[in-house]
Ligand binder design. Structure first.
Ligand SMILES: [Zn+2]
Length: 417
C-alpha cells in the first residue's frame, strides 16, 4: 500500500512561482536575489500558515542552488543541493525551532557553527522559526553576529509575534510582513488542487473550507484532506463540510439574527441553544453573525459585500433583515460582537460568555438610535420657563426647592452653601 502524502505536504511550494497570495513579498525577494541585494538577515512575519517558513526554505534553496543564475532567482530543483533539500538532507542548512531552543547556549552553538564556511556551496543558512521565543540573553548573543555577519552566512527568521523581538535585532534585519490570504484566492487554489487530484467538490464546499482556513493555505489543504475522506465516491458538498467543521446552517444563523433584532432575548437564546444542540460550535455561530452583520452593513450603506460569504439563496433573507434595522443599530451590534469575542479569550466558560453576549445584543437592538433620541428630545422639550417659574424636578415633577427641603430633613446637620 502506497504511503499517503497529505495535501499540505504534497502541494508545499518548491519554487517562488508556486507561492500563493504573497506576490509583493515574492517580487521583492526575487528581484533582491537577481540584484544580489538581500542582506545577511531576513525576517518573515505573519500569522500561522501564510507561508513564512515555506518562503524561507525556497530562499535557502535558491541561495544554495548549484545552477543558480543571476537572471533567474528560482532554485532549479534538479541539482544535488536542491535534491538534498527535498530529501531533508542539507548539512549546510540548519533549521531550528526557537520555541524549543530558547537558551543562550542554543544560540552560541549557532554562532560557533556560523564561523565555519559551508562544506559545499556559497552560503551556510540558519532558519530560525518562531524566533521571538529566544530568551533575552540569546538575542543579545545573536546580535553580535548580526552586527558583523560572516559573508558566507544567511539568517532567515520567521515569527508570528514581531513585537516580542528586541528593537536592536529588528533594526538589523530585512523585514517582510506576510498577509493572510484572501478567501476567494484560497477557494480558487483548492479548486485547482481538486482538479489535479481528480476530486469532485462543489464551489460552495470549497468556499466554506477557504473561509474556515482563516487566511492560511496550509490549513485549507489540511481541512480539504479531512473533507475528502467524508465524500468518498461522491462530490464533496457544502453540507459535508458544515458537518465536519461544526458550522451552523446559514439559515439557522440568519433566523437567530432576526430574533436578536426583534429584541426578544428568550426566543433568541432558545434558538441559539437549539443550534448548539444540533452540533454547531457557539464561537462559529458568532463568526457567522459577524459575517452577516458585515453584509447587512454593506446593504445599508449600499456597498457590495467584501467577499462572497453569503450564498445566493440567503441574500434575499438578509436584504429583508436589513429593512428591519438601522445602520446605527447594526454598527452597535458589530461593536458588541467584537467585544464579546475579546471577552471569550479571558473566560473559561465560553458558553456563558456567548449567551450573555446574545442577551446584550437583543437589548441593544431594541434601544432607540441617537438620532431618534435627539428628535424625541426636540419634539418633547418643555417651553422656556416663565419669569419666577421654578425648574421642575424631572424625576417626580417636584420643584428643586422642595427636594432640598427633603434632603435637609434627612440630614439635619447638612449645610447648604
Ligand atoms: Zn538547484
Amino acid at each position: 500500500m502506497a504511503v499517503y502524502i497529505p495535501l499540505a505536504t504534497k502541494y508545499r511550494p518548491q519554487k517562488f512561482s508556486e507561492v500563493i497570495g504573497q506576490d509583493i513579498v515574492v517580487k521583492i525577494i526575487t528581484r533582491g536575489m537577481q540584484k544580489n541585494r538581500l542582506g545577511a538577515a531576513i525576517l518573515f512575519s505573519g500569522t500561522r500558515g501564510v507561508g513564512k517558513t515555506t518562503i524561507a526554505r525556497i530562499l535557502a534553496k535558491a541561495f544554495r542552488c548549484e545552477n543558480h543564475a543571476d537572471n533567474d532567482p528560482e532554485p532549479c530543483c534538479k541539482c544535488e543541493s536542491c535534491l538534498n533539500f527535498l530529501r531533508g538532507n542539507q548539512i549546510d542548512v540548519v533549521e531550528i525551532d526557537a520555541a524549543s531552543n530558547t537558551s543562550v547556549d542554543d544560540v552560541r552553538e549557532i554562532i560557533e557553527s556560523s564561523r565555519y564556511k559551508p562544506t559545499i556551496g556559497e552560503f551556510k543558512i540558519f532558519i530560525i522559526d518562531e524566533v521571538h521565543m529566544l530568551s533575552k540573553s540569546a538575542f543579545n548573543a545573536l546580535l553580535k553576529t548580526l552586527e558583523e555577519p560572516p559573508p558566507h552566512v544567511k539568517f532567515l527568521f520567521a515569527t508570528t509575534e514581531t513585537y516580542k523581538i528586541p528593537e536592536t535585532v529588528m533594526s538589523r534585519v530585512l523585514k517582510f510582513d506576510l498577509k493572510r490570504i484572501d478567501a476567494d484566492l484560497i477557494a480558487q487554489y483548492l479548486s485547482s488542487v481538486c482538479n489535479r487530484e481528480n476530486i469532485a467538490a462543489s464551489a460552495e464546499a470549497l468556499a466554506l473550507i477557504a473561509r474556515a482556513a482563516d487566511g492560511s493555505i496550509r490549513d485549507s489543504l489540511s481541512i480539504l484532506d479531512q473533507a475528502i475522506n467524508l465524500s468518498v465516491g461522491s462530490e464533496l458538498s457544502a453540507s459535508d463540510v458544515k458537518d465536519m467543521l461544526n458550522i451552523s446552517d446559514d439559515n439557522d444563523a440568519v433566523e437567530l439574527l432576526d430574533l436578536l433584532f426583534s429584541a426578544n432575548a428568550k426566543n433568541a437564546i432558545t434558538k441559539y441553544r437549539e443550534i448548539v444542540k444540533g452540533n454547531a460550535i457557539g464561537t462559529k455561530i458568532i463568526n457567522s453573525l459577524v459575517d452577516y452583520i458585515h453584509v447587512l452593513t454593506c446593504i445599508k450603506a449600499n456597498i457590495p459585500p467584501l467577499e462572497v460569504v453569503v450564498s445566493d439563496d440567503l441574500m434575499p433573507k438578509l436584504m429583508k433583515l436589513a429593512e428591519k434595522i438601522s445602520l446605527a443599530a447594526v454598527s452597535r451590534i458589530w461593536q458588541m460582537l467584537l467585544k464579546g469575542m475579546e471577552e471569550l479569550k479571558f473566560c473559561e466558560r465560553p458558553d456563558v460568555v456567548l449567551e450573555m453576549l446574545l442577551i446584550r445584543i437583543t437589548y441593544a437592538s431594541g434601544l432607540p438610535d441617537l438620532q431618534e433620541l435627539i428628535s424625541g428630545i426636540v419634539k418633547n422639550s418643555p417651553k422656556p420657563l416663565a419669569k419666577n417659574e421654578k425648574m421642575p424636578d424631572i424625576v417626580s415633577g417636584r420643584s428643586s426647592e422642595s427636594l432640598v427641603d427633603e434632603v435637609l430633613k434627612m440630614f439635619p446637620d447638612a449645610k447648604i452653601q
